[in-house]
Design a protein around this ligand. Structure first.
Ligand code: ATP
Ligand code: MG
Ligand code: FE
Length: 340
């Protein structure tokens, strides 16, 4: 079954053709980083406009690279939400138009279920139940995926998402956008024990997260010791690499601890992680170590498929299609900015 996936929930215009949820025939992502970078974050109105410009060329490129034409497709899958509503509408309208014109089923996908699917793209999906840490720019949640294939949120952030904390701290330090990958790179040359940033664990037994405190702690740090000075342009009383590594260690500590706690509480043997922050080298390293020690099997997406892409949308749609008895979604479907 050949599915075209379309993803426009935030600042990536993406389209992909995937056969039977596994075989990736094409994977096109047009990033808007350059557009939003001067603002240090995504500007929703600009994102919608850029999606409008990019959507048709991106879909065409996905079909071309897959070596197929629109008529070969069996279904059109699209992100319905969560995300920026104006951005979602662009992908959704394109998908509806295509599905209608081709008289093929429209399949709506939850962006977060798409992220989760990325952990199993190139390997067998484990037997449920398993725990999945979805950690991205807008979400930080733990899901218990049960044998009926549904997922239940067992913990989530009460304020900022982990990716948001990375992006805000990077902005504060004048490092650019998106901040996660920049901090990750700097942190590799830093000492994670240089500064002791707070680990917010909340009440005992809680699987929720909170990342606004650490962002404030970094802001106070900079207020006290001064902003980082570019290399060769003077001295600061600290190394930027140490600050990045110490911030990252505090975030990763909590993410890993709560994921392991959830695995233990729900007695699962498999743990997965997904979303943009799952690309983080330290998070991957720590999860690998801790899961190996506890004999838990860990599933992580390839780095490319951690951040937004359309392969994960096509793959999630295929599984949904099998699970829900081959029912297409109606063409009057609306975009939904918030969904669990
Ligand atoms: P959501 O999926 O919650 O709707 P989103 O789609 O904007 O949000 P993603 O594309 O999944 O989020 O992820 C982007 C986030 O991942 C950004 O916050 C970015 O800083 C972060 N990120 C990307 N790479 C890394 C990395 N190597 N280390 C840490 N964070 C990273
Ligand atoms: Mg993005
Ligand atoms: Fe995302």
């Amino acid at each position: 079954m050949l599915i075209l996936g379309i993803e426009t929930s935030c600042d990536e215009t993406a389209a992909a053709v995937v056969r039977s949820g596994r075989e990736i025939l094409s994977d096109v992502v047009a990033s808007q980083i350059a557009v939003h970078s001067p603002y240090g974050g995504v500007v929703p109105e600009l994102a919608s406009r850029k999606h409008v410009e990019a959507i048709l060329p991106v879909i065409r490129e996905a079909l071309d690279r897959a070596g197929c034409c629109a008529g070969d497709l069996d279904a059109v899958a699209v992100t319905q939400g969560p995300g920026l509503v104006g951005a979602l509408l662009v992908g959704l309208s394109a998908a509806k138009g295509l599905a209608y014109a081709l008289d093929k089923p429209l399949l709506a996908v939850n962006h977060l279920e798409g992220h989760m699917e990325a952990a199993f793209l190139d390997k067998e999906r484990p037997e449920e139940p398993f725990i999945c840490l979805v950690v991205s720019g807008g979400h930080t949640s733990l899901y218990l995926v049960t044998p009926d294939g549904s997922s239940r949120c067992v913990g989530s952030t009460r304020d900022d998402a982990a990716g948001e904390a990375y992006d805000k701290v990077a902005k504060l330090l004048g490092l650019g956008y998106p901040g996660g990958v920049i901090i990750d790179r700097l942190a590799r040359r830093g000492n994670p024990a240089a500064f002791d940033f707070p680990r917010s664990r909340l009440e005992k037994g809680s699987l929720d997260f909170s990342f606004s405190g650490i962002k404030t702690a970094v802001a106070y740090f900079v207020k006290r010791y001064g902003p980082p000075v570019p290399e060769g342009k003077g001295e600061t009383p600290y190394r930027l690499e140490d600050l990045a590594a110490s911030f990252q260690e505090a975030v990763v500590d909590v993410l890993v601890e709560k994921t392991l706690e959830a695995a233990e509480r729900y007695r699962v043997r498999h743990v997965a992680t997904a979303g943009g922050v799952a690309a983080n080298s330290r998070l991957r390293e720590r999860l690998e170590e801790e899961c190996a020690y506890r004999r838990l099997q860990l599933h992580v997406p390839s780095i490319r498929h951690c951040t937004d892409n359309a392969v994960m949308i096509a793959a999630a749609a295929y599984r949904l299609w099998l699970r829900e008895g081959f029912t297409p979604d109606p063409l009057d479907l609306d975009a939904v900015s918030r969904m669990l």
